[in-house]
Design a protein around this ligand. Structure first.
Ligand code: FAD
Length: 459
């Protein structure tokens, strides 16, 4: 941001005064980005660093107010554009302890991973709260020279000769040779202009969508650290398969992540498993009431609650990532990786934003914004971990949509271990016998186990 402007609002007033959003555009941006989530803002920073003139537009006021994640930001992609982000960003805690578990109605079998090396920088994962994190990231964009316009909803894309040449709000247009669509999981613009396989009427195409519900529970810092055995700024990430919804067919996972003085807790529910009688908010309530979870929330105060969709398109149903004059990044492109125990979207969003930014730089240098030039973005996605991951895990839904993963195995695993570990005065058996017995009595015979065991290779 130009140093003469004291704050963001003053800067926006300046932009409005000079009619940047009225089409009388003294800046003549090279690129317009729709959406200042982690994807769009990362793209904007990279392009500004490359010397491009960038306008970043978001409907949220302030930036980040519409955004929601669990959330742990995994990986270090941001270092490509902000090398010191781990020192400067509003990080809550670095994750050192990961718990992965299966919950049955009353029991929990939890694998507890504690990696001491995870406390060294660069941290593999950090817990963040999106409102403060996105606001900080937007400020980095402003400092890099990006014009950030908040509180503005783009109504439609502007086309000329079949090419995207800008954006429109009401009757006002802003034009640029390249537009980057980073509008998130609910891609109204892609749907409106038929730039995705989905149709407006099947906007929430249930087989490809999950809903995430999240609550932030405030806890006294010392209570939190004692309860989760945390030192310094270390944190815990817990992810669970919820097998405790016995009376419904809901397929869901649960998570909790420690922040500095609060706990983020939530569930991710496969939308197509919700019947008309099920209520998604009941799933999070049930998760919070589970005996393993309940004690972690004791005396906590709920300070935030939100819900947001999570795309689960898989590589076969992602939209085209580029066309004449535009590219699609982040959730809008379907870049969320989920295998029932892990949910990652922010790192994919940041990386896709950086790759789109590199492509934009090349296109501007060549003065060619055609889809053939922008196809470089697709090539970069293929070379990066993004499309490699989605290609490798293209059949993950065979397992994550397998009802037995939620309805049979959590109960069987808990029963098997409980019987093995309970001393009841009877002759002991080998663990394998207890497990096979409990799997059989849960309805999974040996052939089913072999079949699902093979299916687990997709995870
Ligand atoms: C409950 C839950 C838990 C999650 N946990 C994790 C986690 O722990 N780790 C992880 O990596 N990921 C997690 N995710 C996924 C992660 O939140 C997303 O992948 C990530 O937010 C995608 O970023 P994005 O920038 O693509 O989209 P978003 O963050 O959704 O940003 C899109 C932006 O576009 C703006 N916008 C939309 N339409 C318009 C318009 N027409 N005009 C102007 N602005 C517009 C919105 O205001 C918004 O700011 C979770 C998701 C949920 C729901």
């Amino acid at each position: 941001m130009n140093k003469q402007y004291k704050d963001h609002n003053q800067y926006i007033r300046y932009l409005n005064e000079y009619h940047i959003i009225l089409g009388i555009n003294p800046m003549k941006p090279d690129v317009i980005i729709i959406g200042a989530g982690v994807s769009g803002t990362s793209a904007s920073i990279k392009m500004a660093q490359e010397g491009l003139k960038v306008v970043l537009i978001d409907r949220g006021l302030p930036i980040g107010s519409k955004n929601l994640s669990g959330g742990v930001l995994w990986g270090n992609d941001l270092a490509e554009i902000l090398p010191n982000w781990m020192d400067d960003a509003p990080i809550e805690r670095f994750i050192i302890n990961k718990k992965v578990g299966f919950l049955s109605e009353r029991d929990a079998t939890v694998f507890d991973f504690h990696f001491d090396s995870w406390k060294e920088k660069p941290y593999p994962g950090v817990s963040i709260l999106r409102a403060s994190f996105d606001d900080w990231l937007a400020k980095q964009a402003q400092e890099a020279g990006v014009a950030v316009l908040s509180g503005i909803t783009v109504d439609e894309l502007v086309f000329e000769d079949g090419k995207v040449v800008g954006v429109k709000q009401g009757n006002e247009e802003l034009r640029a040779p390249i537009t980057i669509i980073a509008e998130g999981v609910n891609p109204r613009l892609l749907l409106k202009h038929n730039l995705t396989y989905r149709k407006e009427e099947t906007r929430y195409d249930y087989p490809d969508m999950m809903i995430g519900l999240k609550e932030v529970i405030q806890l006294d810092k010392s209570v939190l650290e004692e309860r989760f055995l945390l030192e310094d700024n270390a944190g815990v990430a817990g992810e669970f398969i919820l097998g405790n919804m016995n009376d419904s067919e809901v397929l869901a996972g649960g998570f909790f992540y420690t922040n500095k003085e609060s706990l983020s807790i939530g569930v991710i529910v496969h939308l197509d498993s919700l019947s008309s009688e099920d209520r998604s908010y009941e799933v999070i309530e049930q998760f919070k009431k589970h005996p393993y979870i309940k004690r972690l929330l004791k005396d906590g105060i709920s300070i935030e609650y939100g819900a947001k969709m999570v795309p689960e398109f898989g590589i076969k149903k992602m939209p085209d990532f580029y066309g004449d004059g535009y590219m699609v990044i982040g959730d809008a492109a379907g870049f969320v990786f989920s295998n029932g125990l892990v949910i990652q979207g922010m790192n994919y969003g940041i990386k896709s934003g950086i790759l789109a930014a590199e492509t934009a730089k090349e296109a501007i240098t060549k003065s060619n914004f055609s889809s053939s030039t922008l196809s470089l973005y697709h090539k970069k996605l293929k070379k990066s971990y993004i499309l490699k991951d989605f290609e490798k895990f293209k059949n993950v839904k065979k397992m994550t949509k397998n009802k037995r993963l939620f309805k049979t195995y959590p109960n069987a695993i808990n029963d098997g271990f409980r019987n093995y570990l309970t001393e009841n005065g009877e002759p002991k058996e080998h663990l394998i016998r207890y497990m096979l017995k409990s799997f059989r009595s849960s309805g999974a015979g040996i052939f089913t186990l072999i079949k699902d065991g093979l299916g687990a290779r997709h995870l």
